[in-house]
Design a protein around this ligand. Structure first.
Ligand SMILES: Cc1cc2nc3c(=O)[nH]c(=O)nc-3n(C[C@H](O)[C@H](O)[C@H](O)COP(=O)(O)O)c2cc1C
Length: 339
C-alpha cells in the first residue's frame, strides 16, 4: 500500500492518510466582514469528500488589519467563529480533520476597506505597492498577542482540531524572524521572541491535548537560510507539535520553483528538530509525493494548487493502489471512478 494512505497522528489527532490541503486564501468573504459563507463550507467539504486527510483553512486574520486581503476570513469576533462551525462540521462529517491557519499580515496587509494603518516590526514597506507600516510599540505588541489568543480560543470553540500559526511567507511573525525586516533594538529584536510569545499566548487557551504547529519560511533568499530558521525553531520546539515547511515571501525576491523544491528544507527541519514535518511545493505527481514520504523527508505532504484544480486528487492517487479506500466511499462516487 502507498504510504500516502497510511494513517498518521499529531498530538492525538488521528489522520486517515498523509495528504494535507495547505492553507490557501480564497478571498470569498465578499462582504469584507471576515465571515465564512456557504462557499467556504462547500469548498472545504469537497476536499474532504475527495479524501484529503487534513484540511488547513486559509490564512484567517486575528484582527481586521491582520487579514492579507479584504475578502479573507477573520476570527476576531464571535459571528466569524459561529460561521466557521458549519465548515468544521462539514469536514468532520466527511471523515477529515480540520485545522485553521491564524495570521497577522503585518506590513503585507493589503486590506483597504476600513483599515487605514498597517503595522510591522519597523517602518519599511514590503515594496512600492504596499503601504508604509507603523512600527509596533511594545504595548501594541501586547494587543496583538491578545488578538492571537482570542482567535485561538474562538478556533477551539468552533471545533477545530488544530491550529497552524502562520510564521511563513513574510507575514508579521515572519517579519520578526527576518534579520532584514526586524532591525528593532528592544527585546523583540531577538528573532524568536515574538513567535515564542505568540505560542505562549495561544497555549494558555488552546487545549493541551490539541495540536498546535507553525508554518515557516525555512529559506528566505537574500535574507536568511536554514541555519537561522532552525535556531529559531530550536527555541520553541518544546511548545509545538509539528512544523509545516515552506519558503520565501519575506522580501520581494522570487524563488526558483520546480517539483519538490522545498523537500530538502523539510528534510533539514525534520533532522534537526525530530518533530513531525509537512512539506509543500508542486508535489502534484502522486509518485513524487509517495517518494518523499517513503524517503522519510517529511511525514505529511501538502497538495495545494493540485487540490484546487481537482478536489478528488487523493481518490485519483489511490486508484489501482488502495482498494479498501474505494470500498469505504459512497456508491455514487465509486461509480465516478468506473468501479
Ligand atoms: C490561491 C493561493 C492562496 C494561498 N494562500 C495561502 C495562505 O493563506 N496561507 C499560506 O500559508 N499559504 C498560502 N498559499 C501557499 C500554499 O499553501 C502552498 O504553499 C503553495 O501553493 C505551494 O504548494 P503547491 O505547489 O502544492 O500549490 C496559497 C497559494 C495559493 C495558490
Amino acid at each position: 500500500m502507498m504510504k500516502l494512505f497510511e494513517s498518521f497522528e499529531i498530538k492525538g489527532m488521528k489522520l486517515k492518510n498523509r495528504i494535507v490541503m495547505p492553507p490557501m486564501c480564497t478571498t470569498q468573504a465578499h462582504a469584507h466582514d471576515g465571515i465564512a459563507t456557504v462557499f467556504h463550507q462547500a469548498h472545504y467539504a469537497a476536499r474532504a469528500i475527495g479524501g484529503t486527510g487534513l484540511i488547513i483553512v486559509e490564512a484567517t486574520g486575528i484582527s481586521p488589519e491582520g487579514r492579507i486581503m479584504d475578502a479573507d476570513l477573520g476570527l476576531w469576533n464571535d459571528a466569524q467563529r459561529d460561521a466557521l462551525v458549519s465548515v468544521v462540521e462539514a469536514v468532520h462529517h466527511e471523515g477529515g480533520k480540520i485545522a485553521i491557519q491564524i495570521n497577522h499580515a503585518g506590513r503585507k496587509c493589503a486590506v483597504t476597506d476600513g483599515v487605514s494603518s498597517i503595522y510591522g516590526p519597523g517602518t519599511v514597506a514590503f515594496s512600492s505597492e504596499y503601504r508604509k507600516p507603523q512600527a509596533l510599540t511594545e504595548k501594541q505588541i501586547e494587543g496583538v498577542l491578545a488578538d492571537f489568543q482570542a482567535a485561538a480560543r474562538r478556533a477551539d470553540e468552533a471545533g477545530f482540531d488544530a491550529i497552524e500559526l502562520h510564521a511563513a511567507h513574510g507575514y508579521l511573525i515572519n517579519q520578526f524572524i527576518s534579520p532584514t525586516v526586524n532591525t528593532r533594538t528592544d527585546a523583540y529584536g531577538e528573532p524568536s521572541l515574538f513567535l515564542s510569545r505568540v505560542i505562549d499566548a495561544v497555549r494558555l487557551v488552546w487545549p493541551a491535548d490539541k495540536a498546535l504547529w507553525v508554518r515557516v519560511s525555512a529559506d528566505s533568499p537574500q535574507d536568511y537560510g536554514m541555519g537561522h530558521i532552525i535556531s529559531v525553531l530550536e527555541k520553541v520546539k518544546d511548545k509545538i507539535n509539528a512544523v509545516n515547511v515552506s519558503s520565501g515571501g519575506v522580501i520581494p525576491v522570487p524563488p526558483a520553483v520546480f517539483p519538490g523544491y522545498q523537500v530538502p528544507l523539510a528534510r533539514a527541519v525534520k533532522d534537526a528538530l525530530g518533530l513531525p514535518v509537512m512539506v509543500v511545493g508542486i508535489l502534484d505527481a502522486p509518485d513524487l509525493a509517495e517518494y518523499v514520504l517513503q524517503n522519510g523527508d517529511a511525514d505529511l505532504v501538502c497538495i495545494g494548487r493540485a487540490l484546487l484544480r481537482n478536489p478528488n486528487w487523493p481518490l485519483e492517487a489511490a486508484l489501482g493502489h488502495h482498494k479498501a479506500l474505494f470500498e469505504s466511499i459512497p456508491d455514487y462516487l465509486r461509480r465516478g471512478f468506473h468501479l
